[in-house]
Each structure stands twice: as C-alpha cells, then as structure tokens.
Design a protein around this ligand. Sequence first.
Ligand code: DTR
Ligand code: CA
Ligand code: ZN
Ligand code: ZN
Length: 438
Amino acid sequence: MSLSVSRRLAAVTALAVAGLFAATAPAALASPTSVAAAPTPPDIPLANVKAHLTQLQSIATANGGNRAHGRAGYKASIDYVKAKLDAAGFTTTLQTFTSSGATGYNLIADWPGGDPNSVLMSGAHLDSVTSGAGINDNGSGSAAVLETALAVSRAGLTPTKHLRFGWWGAEELGLVGSKYYVNNLPTAERAKFAGYLNFDMIGSPNPGYFVYDDDPTIEQTFKNYYAGLGVPTEIETEGDGRSDHASFKNVGIPVGGLFTGASNTKTAAQATKWGGTSGQAFDRCYHSSCDTTANINDTALDRNSDAIAYAIWNLGFATPVPPGPSFENTADVTIPDSPAAAVNSPITVSGVTGNAPATTKVDVNIVHTYIGDLVVDLVAPDGTLYNLHNRTGGSADNIVKSVTVNASSEVANGVWKLQVKDVAAQDVGYINSWKITF
Ligand code: DTR
Ligand code: CA
Ligand code: ZN
Ligand code: ZN
C-alpha cells in the first residue's frame, strides 16, 4: 500500500527541500563535462585484440568449428578469458545456468576499488552460433572488452566508479546468459549500476559506425570519441533489443554501446562517409561458417577497442551529479484501446526553484501488450509536449525506461502530466507509475 500521492509528494518535497532526498533509481551517469581528474585513456593495441581473436579461432578449430553454448568450444573460450583476468588481478566469478539442456557460463570480473554503489559495467557475449567460430559475432566484442580490462590492470586504474566486466553465455539463444545475470541481481544491486556498456559485433568487414541511442550520457560519450576522430556515426537501428544490453535496459539500468552492423546492407550514402562497399551487407558472414579471423575490419576493431577505453576512462571517473528532487505518481491509470482520447497521470511539483534542467529525467513504467500502439508524451505545466515514445517497439510488452528531456524552458513548479494515447486497435494496458527528476 503506497502513500497517497499528495502525502508522498509532500514528504518528498520536504526531503527534497532539506536536501535529504535520496534517489532510489539506478545511480545516474554524470555528463562527460562533470569528469573529475580522468587520466587520458590509453590506446588499446590492435595486435593484442587480434591475438585474442587468434586464440578464439584456434579454440573453435579444435572444438568442432564453433564456440556455441553447450559446446566444448564455449567452455574453452570462457576458460581462456578467465585465466587472463585472474592473472591480471581481477576478482572473477563463473556463473552457471542451464539452457536447452546444457550448462551455460557467464564470467563476471570485478576490478577491485571504486565506489561499490556506483558500478560501471562493460560486457560482450562470448558464445558463437553453431555454424562457425563467431569471430566478429562476437569474438570482436569479447576480445576488445578483455583487452580493455587488461589495460585497466596495466594502468593500475583507480576510477571513481567500481568497474565490472562481463562475458555472456547463450546470447544467440535469446540473451539467456545476460538475462540470467540480471534476473539474479537483487534489486538493491541493480540500483547500484551507473550504466552497462554493450559490445556485440564491433569489427564487421564492411563496417558502419553505429552508436546505441539509449542513455544520453553514454551515447554522447561515444559520439564525443568519434567526433575526435572525425568519423561520423549513426544511431544503431538494426535491431533495438537484439543484444545483451536489452537485459539491463529492461530493469531500468542506463545502457549504451557500439555496433558495426550485421546482415543489413550498407547504403551508397554510408559507403561515401565510411568507405567500404555499398549494396553489400555490413557482415556477409553473419552467423555463417566464414565468420573467422578473416572476417574482421582492423580499422573498425581498432577504433571501437579504443572507444571502449575512452568510455570507461571518462565515465568511470565522472563524479555522479547528484540527482535533483524527484516526484512520482504510482496510481494506475487505464489506457483505453483506440479509438479513445489520451489519458494522463498528473504530478504536482512544488518547492523547486526556477526552471527544470536540460537533463530533466522521466522514468516511465507502462504495462501494455503492444507498445507499438502507444504515443507517450510528457506535458509541461504550460501544455508543452515532450515526446517520450512514438509507436516504436512493435508487439513488445511494457515500456520501462528513463528518458532525459531538455525542459530548461519550463518553470519546474506546476502540474506535469504523463500523457498516453493508444492509437491502434487491440491490446490494452495501464500507466503503472512515472517519476520526474529535476
Ligand atoms: N543479435 C546480435 C546481432 C545484432 C543484430 N542487431 C544488433 C544490434 C545491436 C547489437 C547486436 C545486434 C547477434 O546475433 O549476436
Ligand atoms: Ca587501438
Ligand atoms: Zn549472433
Ligand atoms: Zn552477437
């Protein structure tokens, strides 16, 4: 039984005014501008990354040609990565699970030190499909994350945040390993995550340079890196939710990552800005036996390996900007099926000085069986709409996400609303709760 909204808001406002309010959502990532004394990120030696790929190729060759879940090649891959990390001073944990009747393995590696209540995790799935060695998919991400972790050790890094690294099993079976890891994280542990960075296919032979458009701070960090190289990037669109970051995003953890493309075809415009071959897939060997060490673009792998180091060094030292006051409405509001008027859930904000910030954060929790039907807007007290969701996601269930909007032109105090309209017939749901943080 939750407090009534008015009593809850009064309590929150009092605490917020007294500066005693503690955010309960996952710790936010500070914007890169608030980086405190971050050392210069190192170059990640491409030769070292490729040496790991050679090892993974040898493992596949010696074990039936693949490194798939449940096969000897996968366990040999995880043993290889674990041995490197144990030797470099990481605290490693091998987490087992069962999928399709076979034992699966996640490898978690913690770098000692940093704020245990602000965890920055980087990860990659280590399994291949059964048809091949999986060197681009996803030896590339696994090897780059491994080499960056080893660079952390070589540097004796002492970041503000606690650095954690993960290699996932059974991603190709449906994000099984990362889902198992997240589902077995106590809620209190999930709240400690400042962010999860995912790297799945980052060396495609006909590469694109795609950045996940999820957490704005993580996205901007990667964009800053590529801007520094003068390399244009695009938003990753080849499949939202199709890799392990989705497991973390689904529980409200800020996520981001990089991708060089899979079976989609490079356009002429993309070939003009990135080079490579238009009209050809980014990776013609996606999920095929030809996904070997010959199926890697060195420039893309090098750039993305260095991008991982850039992100960890910058985000790892960013001192989290403490979130401002937060206001929440947990009352359920039914969303009638189309055609029907929009519904809304109001929050009366008071006691906040001045305007809302450019990084006003809205946490949305909507239960629905077809989120592609929904248009979701934040409505400011003066009636201005800020779109939070516009019919993406197709038949997926539920919208549980954080969106940051620039509401700096809006006075903070007043009645804010979460407005939801179902614009396609069939499927219904309700607003479960929403929160606005200034
Ligand atoms: N599902 C991944 C490949 C993949 C497809 N779309 C994306 C987008 C972002 C990361 C990865 C992918 C796999 O086959 O492992
Ligand atoms: Ca490099
Ligand atoms: Zn795959
Ligand atoms: Zn993959």
